[in-house]
Structure formats: structure tokens, C-alpha cells
Ligand binder design. Sequence first.
Ligand SMILES: NC(=O)c1ccc[n+]([C@@H]2O[C@H](COP(=O)([O-])OP(=O)(O)OC[C@H]3O[C@@H](n4cnc5c(N)ncnc54)[C@H](OP(=O)(O)O)[C@@H]3O)[C@@H](O)[C@H]2O)c1
Length: 365
Amino acid sequence: MAEADLVFEVRKSDWRETRFVERPLPDLEPGQVLFRVDRFAVTANNISYALTGDALGYWRFFPCAEGFGRIPVMGFADVVRSTHADVHEGTRCFGFYPMARHLVITPGLVSASQIVDAAPHRAGLAPAYAQYLPASGDASYAVAREDQLMLMRGLFMTSFLADDFLADQDYRGARAVLISSASSKTSIALAYQVRQGGKTRAIGLTSARNEAFVRGLGFYDQVVLYEEISSLAVEPAVFVDMAGNSAVTGAVHRHFGDQLAYDCSIGATHWSAERLREELPGPKSEFFFAPAQIVKRTRDWGGSGLTGRMALAWTGFCEASDAWLKVVRGHGREALAQVFQKTLAGRTEPADGHVLSLFEGRSGE
Ligand SMILES: NC(=O)c1ccc[n+]([C@@H]2O[C@H](COP(=O)([O-])OP(=O)(O)OC[C@H]3O[C@@H](n4cnc5c(N)ncnc54)[C@H](OP(=O)(O)O)[C@@H]3O)[C@@H](O)[C@H]2O)c1
């Protein structure tokens, strides 16, 4: 195979500076697998991986030259070469890939439902961060749903677990869940789950730019602009923060005061907003750690009980999202560079789900 590899990298100190690196495909050592990355999704969540790359280990997924980093993305890839006895050519897997044409992994655990990369640079990461799911052993897989899986599966899982975590505590008596960056896919998934539960209301907080989209979704009981938070009725509420914008957080805390039962931090879409350090009324913000809820529910429901519930909820969310999600395909360097810069700057359309491939032409269609 004369195909060369191509990989997209960002400067760690300034992600606006990006580059493409070309290199020959490596020869496999015994027990390795070469993936051809068919296509992958890029959303604001991937920008958060750069933001927390050192703290949470994202830069360790796919190491590269000093000063640069390869941001992980969720995608589908096919095994095109294998020197591992249990992993066969043609196996199609969902998982974390670099924005690249290829990836070499060194499988440790291999079963019908997972192939785990045991490469030393990934040691110590959360198990889900090194897992590749063969389509043939994946209860949530459907060929017609590949784009949604890449774009929203991980985000939906987080929101499913966050809603479950709050519902398990009766939403701490809240009559409303306030959700920032209401136009983000993770927030939309959370609003969907809150509404499915029917125990409390979902209130979306968003920017003027995305207001019409959020209203049009019909997933939120109420939608307000960031500048109009003080117009909300003061009632027992919990705040789930996807924006990480201290001006928005401050407005919520000052307005709801001790009626705010809980502040749950999940995202930081407004990553470039000024960080204000001020004492706020109400509860201290707590980071939502999804793996802890997975451990709890695996204990309560068993592993298959949890995956079964999640797969069922995911199917419902996928179907409900057909009405708003517009998959936008892009191919090649220029398309990726453009989508990356737009995502970084928050200039993508909220309905758009960008799915990219570094192969020119119509790969994956
Ligand atoms: N902790 C976890 O386990 C976990 C898991 C999944 C997702 N998350 C987080 O959830 C957040 C949402 O991710 P997503 O992939 O769902 O996002 P997305 O769909 O790409 O969301 C795009 C929205 O985010 C806001 N935004 C994005 N970039 C911005 C910028 N530069 N400046 C201002 N606003 C910007 C805008 O919403 P508004 O105008 O409505 O503010 C925009 O419509 C991310 O921060 C992600 O890390 C966390």
C-alpha cells in the first residue's frame, strides 16, 4: 500500500495555529493493528479536549512532536492491516482517533464487543478512552446511524448520566434545570432526558445568535438569553453548566441565590471568555464526573442493565434529533482546517453536525 499518512495537529499554546503532517505509513510490529480512519466528527467538545489536554490526559492519546498536540475525535475506522491474531482485517470500529488518515494501535484485551489499545502512552487513562467498539458487537450500532453515533453518542451518554445523577436525588427539589449553551448537542441531549423523565422543567440559556434555533427545537420548556437571566422566576433550581462562562454563572447564582440547589459543571464551550474570580451566593460548583455514575449504576443495574437503558434512550434521542440535526460532510485538509477554526471560534451553525475525512473524494459515503 503506497498510501501516506496525513495528520492534523494544533500548537498546544495556541490552538489557532494548526498544521498537517505527512508521513509514510509505519510498518506494523507483531500484535499491532492499522486502522484507516474513514470519518470523524468535530464539535465544541473536542475543543474542550485541548483545554483539558494536560489535566485529563487527552494529549496522551496520540503523542506527537513537542509543542504540538493531536486532538482526539470520535469516528469510525476499518482495520486495513493486522499482525494481531484476534483482530481481523475489515473490522469496523467506533472509538477515539486522531484527525488523521490512519492510526496504529497495540491491542491488549480483545473481545467481540471491544478492542482495547494497550500502548504504553495510553496506560492509566479511563478505560473508555482506549476502547474501540467493533460494529458487529455494538448494541447501539446501525449503519444508517453512523453519523449520529460519531457526533452525539459520547455527548448523549454524558447527558444521560448527568440527568440520571440528578433524577436519582429528585433534582434536589428543583422545579427547573437551567442549562447553559442550550444550543450545544450535549445540552440538547440533557434537555431531552429531563423532559423524558417529566419530573422537572428544562430551561435553556443561550446567546442571541442561537436563540431561534433553541426555541425551534421544542426540547426546552423555556428559553432565555444570557443577558436576560434576571427575568426568570426565582424558584428552586439546579444549574447544569455547559458554557463555563463566569459572567453567566455569576448571573445565575446572584439571581437564584439560595434557591439554587446545585451547580453542576460539565462543559466550557465559552472557553475564551474572561475568567472572573468572585465569591458567589449559592452552592459551590461541582464537576460532573460521568465515570462515577457509571460505576454506581453498574452496581445498581448490572453492566447490561445500564447499557440496555442507555441504548434505548439513545435510540429515542436519535429519532427525535432527525428533525433538527443536519449532517455536513467535508473532505480533505481545507475542509477540516475551516471546520476546526469555526468550531474554535464558536461560529458553526448549531444545527450542523460536521463529519470529516482526510481522504479527498467521497470516502465513507
Ligand atoms: N465533562 C464531560 O464529560 C463532557 C462530556 C460531553 C460534553 N461536554 C462538554 O459539553 C460542551 C458542549 O459540547 P458539544 O460538543 O455538545 O458542543 P456543540 O454542539 O459544538 O456546541 C456549540 C455551542 O456551544 C457554544 N459555543 C461553542 N463555541 C463557542 C465559543 N468559542 N464562544 C462562545 N460560545 C461557543 C454555542 O452555544 P450558545 O450560544 O448556546 O452558548 C454553540 O452553539 C463542551 O464544553 C464539552 O466539553 C463535557
